[in-house]
Design a protein around this ligand. Structure first.
Ligand code: DGT
Ligand code: CA
Ligand code: CA
Length: 580
């Protein structure tokens, strides 16, 4: 059973308990475990096998028992009984803001509504407004919330959201009295997909800023326009919220609206025990009722006796406990990256020449660049065959003599064929500086086949890096069926690096995979898979994923200087333990 399915069961339990009017503490405990499982770096099934369920933040004895029952039998008696007490589909109605347990029950018993779609139809058909305690105003409000939820459900890849943010901030930053304009929310936490964009800034004259914001040329619809907060829809059906606050409380407000919600709840619960109350305005001492303001987030965390928590870690996992103990490491930063080991050129399906790519890499301050065009295998346009690869190796040699300040690795992105063999002879692969293996076809194989196929490539001593193992494409193409735990173990065993692909439509490995791979000691490398010089900028997305996986610079191969990377890649061939 997948983590997402397990999380869904417990979310449903929390909702049904809410309908039942259960103790809020109990409900919150379930919600906390749902968040934990959603962000868990390892399969719950694996934790059950290793008797490590207690490591799930918030999972006490009662809940671990239930998880074990659910995972081992595929069913949970408690949940089945609870479901039977209520009409079908009722808990889904609770997701709509403005619908509490009472209203949900009313809609279900009076109109037999089982889903959000049915509710929308009933409102439009005028059936809901005539119910007791409802009325036109309330139903219209519910309809609005339904539409907003739909928009939020269509989460967009962070790579599509960031350019929108850059464009909007560039336009607003010309306003002289607007200061500190920054993204908050999931965007700042670098989640791979974004429900809506949250921006915030400080100003003494919020009205003027709000007016400029709601009249931006890309605004299609103004959802709300207030003095300190406005929401608009911009092209691409994306909601953007802007909040303007006073300078003195910028730190606590940014912290609040960066979230995540679960991180903030965890902080608030901890603060309560210290007699403090947290809000977007600051910290109130409950004994004296005095409000302390914070201009920076650092000061806000410090006042609570906590180490600063980087936004990428604020998902309500173990980060508050770690901050309390002062054991949050310095995470890898973009400026630590010394090269990119996976790029394409006009030799295969890239746009630019090897030289242009190398010069662009040098411009970024890199020491090295790995040219890894596609092999000729089926389905890949202009892939290299043996002869052209030999020619490319020669050209790269010449370029390396000609160019100063950047070293070019000769490499290949070799296709892993459906039967697990590689699309290039081993003796040629052995001559290359770097070999990246990846799946590009036959993606519907069974999990068993696919796992064997990928591990076969990992075990080939010529393969240095496995790229984008799940083959997913955001937002639409889901991952292939593959046992990632087995892939991580094989990579660790054979000292094969796994790639964090920074292309915004891939981000594969993703955050939780990265976390687990690092934990198992797998060497990681962050690449862009650039198909043109401007794609080299995708590195920041890959670094975001690595940071969400708690990676430090030392965990990432391409934070090392050229000599180290060279030695590392060479050293892998036969010198290391095991088969290498
Ligand atoms: P998203 O937009 O779905 O990708 O995720 P977020 O995290 O950006 O969520 P969003 O836009 O609803 O709210 C931004 C942050 O503001 C969120 O991470 C925490 C804070 N926040 C918003 N609404 C609430 C709320 O009702 N309660 C609490 N505790 N925090 C909230
Ligand atoms: Ca948001
Ligand atoms: Ca928002």
């Amino acid at each position: 059973m997948k983590n997402s399915e397990i999380a869904k069961v417990f979310q449903d339990i929390a909702d049904l308990l809410e309908l039942k009017g259960e103790n809020p503490f109990k409900i919150r405990a379930y919600q906390k475990v749902v968040r934990s499982i959603e962000h868990l770096p390892v399969e719950v099934e694996q934790l059950v096998k290793e008797d490590r369920l207690k490591e799930i933040p918030g999972a006490g004895e009662a809940i671990t028992k239930k998880i074990t029952e659910l995972v081992t039998t595929g069913k949970l008696g408690f949940y089945e009984k609870l479901k039977a007490e209520f009409p079908e589909g009722i808990s889904t109605l609770l997701y709509i803001p403005g619908i509490g347990p009472k209203t949900a029950m009313l809609l279900s018993s009076e109109l037999d509504i089982k889903s959000v779609d049915e509710l929308e139809a009933a409102i439009v058909g005028g059936k809901v407004a005539s119910l007791p305690r409802m009325g036109d105003k309330i139903t219209e409000n519910i309809l609005h919330h339904i539409q907003a939820l739909r928009r939020k459900d269509q989460r967009i890849p962070i790579g599509a959201a960031l350019p929108v943010v850059d464009e909007i901030t560039a336009q607003l930053n010309v306003l002289p009295r607007l200061k500190n304009l920054v993204p908050a929310g999931s965007l700042r936490r670098f989640r791979e997909t974004i429900g809506d964009i949250d921006l915030m800034g400080t100003a003494d004259n919020p009205r003027e800023i709000m007016h400029a914001f709601t009249t931006l040329p890309q605004v299609k619809e103004v959802l709300a326009s207030g003095t300190t907060k406005s929401s608009v829809i911009v092209s691409g059906e994306l909601q953007v919220d802007l909040r303007i606050v006073e300078h003195d409380s910028f730190g606590s407000t940014l912290q609040y609206f960066t979230g995540s919600k679960q991180h903030n709840i965890n902080l608030r619960e901890r603060a309560r025990r210290q007699g403090l109350s947290l809000s977007e305005y600051g910290i109130t001492n409950l004994a004296t009722n005095e409000l302390e303001k914070f201009a920076t987030e650092e000061a806000f965390y410090e006042r609570q006796g906590l180490q600063f928590v980087p936004p990428e870690l604020r998902e309500g996992q173990q980060e508050v406990e770690r901050a309390e103990r002062g054991t949050i490491p310095r995470l890898v930063e973009l400026s630590d990256i010394k090269g990119d080991l996976h790029v394409h050129t006009d030799w295969s399906d890239g746009r630019d020449s090897i030289e242009a790519m190398a010069l662009a890499a040098r411009e970024l301050g890199y020491q090295y660049l790995g040219i890894t065009d596609h092999s000729g295998g089926r389905g890949i346009a202009h892939g290299l065959d043996v002869e052209r690869l030999r020619q490319q190796i020669l050209q790269i040699k010449e370029l390396n003599q000609k160019l100063d300040g950047i070293y070019i690795f000769s490499g290949i992105e070799v296709d892993i064929r459906a039967d697990g063999s590689l699309d290039m002879p081993d003796e040629l692969l052995a001559k290359l500086d770097i070999v990246i293996a990846a799946v590009h076809s036959s993606m519907n194989q069974s999990q068993e086949q696919m796992t064997r196929r990928i591990i076969g490539a990992i075990e080939n001593p010529n393969v240095d890096v496995l790229a984008h193992p799940t083959c997913r494409l955001l937002p639409d193409r889901g991952p292939v069926a593959v046992d990632m735990e087995a892939v991580f173990q094989a990579a660790a065993r054979t000292n094969t690096a796994l790639e964090i692909n920074g292309m915004p439509s891939r981000l594969d490995l993703k955050d939780t995979h990265t976390y687990r791979a690092r934990e198992l000691g797998v060497k990681l490398v962050i690449n862009t898979d650039a198909h043109s010089t401007d794609h080299l900028g995708f590195m920041r997305f890959g670094v975001g994923v690595a940071r969400r996986g708690w990676c430090q610079a030392q965990d990432i191969l391409n934070t090392r200087p050229l000599e180290k990377v060279l030695a590392y890649l060479k050293g892998w061939r036969g010198i290391d333990s095991g088969k290498r």
